[in-house]
Design a protein around this ligand. Sequence first.
Ligand SMILES: Cc1cc2nc3c(=O)[nH]c(=O)nc-3n(C[C@H](O)[C@H](O)[C@H](O)COP(=O)(O)OP(=O)(O)OC[C@H]3O[C@@H](n4cnc5c(N)ncnc54)[C@H](O)[C@@H]3O)c2cc1C
Length: 491
Amino acid sequence: MRSSSEYIENLRRMRPNLYIGGEKVGRDDPRIKPGINAVSLSFDLAQKPEWDGLLTAISSLTGKKVNRFTHLPQHPFDLMQKQKMIRLLCHRTGGCIQRCMGMDAIIGLSIVTKEIDEKYATSYHSRFMEYLKWYQENDLAGTCAQTDMKGDRMKRPAEQVDPDAYVHVVEVRDDGIVVKGAKHCITMAAYAEELLVIPTRALTEADKDYAVAFALPADWEGVHLITHPVSVRPRRKLECPYASYGVSDSMIVFDNVFVPKERVFMCREWEFARRLALLFADSHRHSYSGCKPAVSDVLGGAAALVAEANNIAKVSHVREKLSEFASAAELAYAAGVASAIYGEKTSSGTFFPNTIYANVGRRLTGENIFHEFNLLVEVAGGIAVTLPYEDDFNVEPTKAWLEKYIIRNPSLSAEDSHRIWRLVENLTASSMACWYEIAGVHGGGSPVMETIALNQEYDYAARQRIARYLAGIDKELDQSGQLKEEPNSLF
Ligand SMILES: Cc1cc2nc3c(=O)[nH]c(=O)nc-3n(C[C@H](O)[C@H](O)[C@H](O)COP(=O)(O)OP(=O)(O)OC[C@H]3O[C@@H](n4cnc5c(N)ncnc54)[C@H](O)[C@@H]3O)c2cc1C
């Protein structure tokens, strides 16, 4: 397993193919450093004995110890460890740890490649497993590029005016394929070493050129990343962990890019596009049952801290608000645990989370996200958005005035009071705050996607039978079957 310095050294060696604010830059650009800092934690903590078994796992491919972000879950406990690892790491960054997208993509690819082979006697699975062995042994940081530009939302890929609105195959050669198109909103791409590219939606036969999955080094010839970095305003003197982390998302342009055959994992098997899109999305929604409780913990923890600074911690409406954070965090976490326990072994050997519990957990946190920000700002007061600049705390004459008036709870020093409101400003009134709000809604799929997933998979008929029995329409209640979301349950 690598250290973060090895990861960063490798980034520095990559070909500069990032565009930020009108410039072409390399991976040493300071604007992407906050995101690199976040991913670095996933390397550094994996080296620490107290994180052994949580941030590390024994590879099902090689029997060697690997970073859990490169591991294929083999049983429910692996999924629970994945969820717990994400929650604990996100506490340290104050939010997204970012390396989950790559992990969820390898999980989806390990399953779908096996299923395509079972239908078509292709050799995608062994090809992918060879790739994954290399990926694990080199402890690579990958991300998932799923979301296509999509053009007109009401048209399928093959119906678009511009055929490049979705990434597609333009040529199949003996030694590989050529692809064209673009993906957007791709978190971590600017400091990922590998891009795992998968379809974004279900496809028809007419769309078969869009059924393509592959992996490429992020600096590969013909790949261009137009990157949007987000972080909070840098601190001058009042350094703190939260201010050192951030995120970058990229639009990735594939300009007639050659993908070598050994890196192609789906090519025109259109019936499997939906399966792969959902495998990634559902695995990612399970990952959300780790990171979204962490976001609730961060916002709820800040609410408790700022309540102390305002000396209102014992007031009943504040206690009520804190309990809302507790409910949201633990219900979402419990949904992840249930999803792990009621998951299933796929034919590939990868253990996959139960999709209903993964979806209801993700839906709860997505619907709740703005409410949680609202709870925190209610407790914090208006200073969350009107706090004077840090520089004014550092120079006279404003320094003396601010140090005198910033204190509300006399048991806290001026500096600690300042630190608390500066954190609340960062959490609620910064570009980072907006990022978390919108990531909470759309990341892992827009809310309607959870509705669609539930409507396709939830056993409404079983519930209707219960109501028919209770209404006296049916004389017997047949419970010999099982509710679909609990395949192992016994009545
Ligand atoms: C912070 C952040 C990080 C992200 N990170 C990643 C990442 O790492 N990798 C990745 O692949 N993706 C990532 N995403 C993308 C995310 O999955 C998408 O934002 C999400 O799937 C919605 O797609 P969109 O943004 O293109 O929205 P749109 O498709 O434009 O959706 C806008 C609205 O239109 C509706 N709509 C769209 N199409 C239809 C239709 N046919 N019928 C009816 N309604 C429709 C949607 O339901 C939604 O309400 C990220 C997004 C965010 C915000």
